[in-house]
Design a protein around this ligand. Structure first.
Ligand code: EPZ
Length: 422
């Protein structure tokens, strides 16, 4: 079983090149199915979830080719199979994103119902209600979502809960619907905006992306495009938290500072000195221990739930007590018991973690449970005395490109081991 082994105690120093955003590239790759010609997508991160999405699109008949290391060309003209099977959906819930494009462009879709996952039940009811509002016939049968429509019709869709991929599914479906669609209570995440900009470059008519109301004028067809994916704000935040925890000095390049306001505010509150430029963020801790911060997660532009585990790790070694409240997912504290194995002092009360900072953690074998939790465990290993071994690192590979290489370049003592046992 592959593991990551970290020897703690080294402040992170240097520059890290931020990759394209996982949560933008996945809907964008799928959105290319809406076109009647090939699209070229660049700044694509090399991630397991990208590989899974490419396999999914290939199985449907799309032609995919990798140009240089970070560009993918997708030609949807060979599409002849409109199904996302369980063996792929179970490894990547975001496969649900094919639903909207398949129904809108090909009139039919069969997508395996995604099961729950470590962080919560993750229902998709709002995706289905939205498609039904656009006139699709949707049934759930034998564990599959079956959707059909001759042609979707624009409608007013009020999202009961702010849902990122729910908004993205309905947005993509609406681009080829007949008439106008208004999505109310839409997600405002930068990745939703990036998808909208990609679709507009294919000929879609979209206004209001990034606000809570998105208006789409359906068109009859869309063409191919060339598009570069926006930088990953969560990867950026993760390296900045590693810098804050280790008392280092790190510059994140090729990133988008404007998408991290809530995170940068909290890092400043923790005592970090931060400077930003057009596409870079620099943090200097001057060797200081971070101060504890209180966090409450919520949809963008509030503090992102995808940064909660990393800040739980930061608070574990910070000076003071930090209260972390998770309002988006019902079970996103799986990293807590692993951090406790390293000596963290954390008490869970419902959706709140009360973290009393300790002066030191001690390395131990721990286990990753989900993507962002696994990143927080690696960060904790950077400061723990001795060796920390993180198991089930496939979780990390889903969302962090070359994490050992990037951390090693910042001075961390980290390596991947293939230990036979375990
Ligand atoms: C997206 O997941 C991200 N994934 C997640 O990132 C991220 O944590 C999440 O948004 C919140 O920001 C991708 O973009 C691929 P939601 P998504 O629908 O869309 C409830 C990572 O680590 N809900 O916004 O699945 C749901 O249960 C991943 O990169 C319904 O009730 O999340 C949750 O409580 C993890 N019914 C809340 O909405 C629905 O039909 C927000 O979930 C849909 C969602």
């Amino acid at each position: 079983m592959t593991k990551i082994e970290i020897t703690g105690g080294v402040p992170l120093q240097g520059e890290v090149w931020i990759s394209g955003a996982k949560n933008a590239v996945l809907p964008i790759l799928v959105g290319s199915l809406l076109g009647d010609a090939p699209s070229r997508i660049s700044n694509v991160p090399h991630l397991q979830d990208v590989t899974t999405t490419m396999e999914l699109l290939g199985r449907m008949g799309a032609e995919l080719s990798m140009h240089d290391s970070m560009q993918i060309e997708i030609d949807p003209r060979g599409m002849n199979h409109y199904e996302a099977p369980y063996d792929l959906v179970k490894t990547m819930r975001a496969s649900i994103l094919v639903l909207g494009p398949l129904v809108a462009r090909y009139g039919r879709a069969r997508v395996s119902l995604p099961g729950g996952c470590a962080i919560g039940s993750r229902p998709v009811d709002l995706h289905l209600h939205g498609l039904q509002a656009l006139g699709a016939k949707v049934e759930v049968r034998n564990g599959n979502i079956e959707a059909r429509a001759d042609r979707l019709k624009g409608a007013r869709v009020i999202m009961e809960t702010v849902t990122v991929t729910g908004t993205e599914n309905i947005l993509m479906a609406a681009t080829l619907a007949q008439g106008t669609t208004i999505i109310e209570n839409a997600a405002q995440e930068p990745e939703v905006v990036d998808l909208a900009n990609f679709l507009i470059s294919m000929g879609a008519r979209i206004e209001g992306a990034g606000s809570n109301t998105i208006t789409v004028e359906g068109v009859d067809n869309m063409h191919g495009t060339d598009y570069s994916v926006l930088p990953d704000r969560i990867e950026t935040g993760t390296y900045l938290v590693g810098c804050a925890m280790t008392g280092g000095n790190v510059r994140c390049t090729h990133t988008s500072p404007g998408h991290l306001d809530a995170v940068l505010d909290k890092l400043s509150e923790a005592g970090a000195e931060i400077s930003i430029g057009e596409d870079w963020i620099e943090m200097d801790m001057r060797g200081r221990r971070p101060r504890s911060v209180d966090i409450t997660t919520a949809p963008y532009p509030a503090f992102p739930t995808d940064m909660q585990a990393q800040f739980t790790a930061l608070n574990s070694i910070a000076d003071g007590t930090g209260v972390i409240t998770e309002t988006v997912f019902e079970n996103r504290f799986m990293h807590v018991q692993e951090l406790q194995r390293l000596g963290a002092d954390i008490r869970l009360k419902g959706n709140t973690a009360i973290v009393q900072g300790v002066s030191r953690l001690t390395g131990a074998p721990i286990m990753a449970t989900d993507l962002r939790a696994s990143a927080s465990l690696v960060l904790a290993g950077l400061v723990a005395d001795g060796v920390t071994t993180v198991d089930r690192v496939y979780h990390i590979d889903r969302g962090y490109e070359n994490i050992e290489e990037k951390l090693s370049a910042l001075g961390a003592r980290i390596r991947r081991t293939d230990s036979a046992a375990g």
